[in-house]
Design a protein around this ligand. Structure first.
Ligand code: WAQ
Ligand code: MG
Length: 259
């Protein structure tokens, strides 16, 4: 199997990235699909596209996705309150949660978006070695069979326009939650038109929150909340251990209406 990875930038700024795990016969269609994708991002035309193809040398971990849990909120304020509540339920200190939200709001790389994620310890301390790059979760994908199941559920929920976002985020969050030491992940998109994000954890699943920022806001990012990790091992596993989601755990909607 091969890992095929794409990243696109303009003026040295990250525009988009995506990746797949494919068999030899899938390489050329995947490379051209990723090139197409790099060229059609809402953040603009790239002046640099890197696509790499690499044979995987370590065994692929097969896992079941986190359950996909849909919530309904009216706006970013409600969305952030919900995210905060979920992270508190997971046992994270309020200080950590507030710091994480503030960082994503302001741009965690000196006011800009990072290319990867923040790793945050229980004291609210940032552990990623490079505050601009962050850590990049990589070498992951979903099997064809599983993506068909997921697509069916997403169609039924009326969310098909967001299929690619949801599928890729669910795969990434499933990998992040599977690495020992991860308590939770907080994410929202950096695409200006896409306001959704999630809180993901082994305990509560992938809780999708439709609004975590205002439309038009170009800021976004990811925070991995961790406890008791060996930093080098943690980063190595996130970046290198190949993982395939081969089973979909199902979708649920929860209503947060007050009685
Ligand atoms: N590893 C770590 N961090 C990453 C990665 C990665 N592979 N890719 C992106 N990031 C970080 C980076 O800081 C980006 O600025 C930020 O996450 C957001 O990335 O509807 O679209 O690709 O259920 O814009 C979530 C909601 C959408 C999906 C997430 O993220 C849904 C999204 P984006
Ligand atoms: Mg984006």
């Amino acid at each position: 199997m091969y890992s095929v990875r794409m990243r696109a930038e303009r003026d040295k700024k990250h525009i988009s990235g995506a990746e797949r795990i494919v068999e030899t016969k899938g390489i050329s269609t995947t490379v051209s699909a990723l090139a197409e994708r790099a060229l059609s991002h809402e953040k603009g035309k790239p002046d640099f596209i890197n696509i790499s193809v690499e044979a995987l040398k370590t065994p692929i971990k097969n896992v079941t996705s986190l359950p996909l849990i849909l919530t309904h909120v009216e706006n970013a304020k409600e969305g952030k309150a919900l995210a905060k509540g979920l992270l508190l339920t997971l046992g994270l200190p309020l200080l950590c949660i507030e710091k994480a939200i503030l960082l994503l709001e302001k741009g965690p790389a000196d006011g800009e978006n990072m290319r990867g994620a923040i790793i945050m310890g229980m004291q609210g301390n940032r552990l990623e070695p490079d505050k601009h790059r962050g850590i990049r979760v990589s070498r992951m994908d979903i099997t064809k069979g599983c993506s068909i199941e997921l697509e069916r559920a997403i169609v039924d929920a009326g969310l098909i326009p967001y299929y690619t976002y949801i599928s890729e985020a669910l795969v990434l969050a499933t990998k992040v939650s599977s690495v020992k030491g991860t308590i939770a992940e907080l994410c929202w998109s950096d695409d200006p038109s896409y306001t959704a994000g999630y809180v993901a954890s082994k305990k509560l699943g992938y809780v999708r929150i439709p609004h975590l920022k205002q439309k038009g806001d170009p800021r976004g990012g990811r925070v991995f909340f961790v406890d008791n990790i060996d930093l080098d091992n943690y980063i190595h596993e996130m970046e290198n251990t190949p993982l395939l989601v081969n089973k979909f755990c199902g979708l649920r909607e929860i209503s947060l209406d007050k009685p």
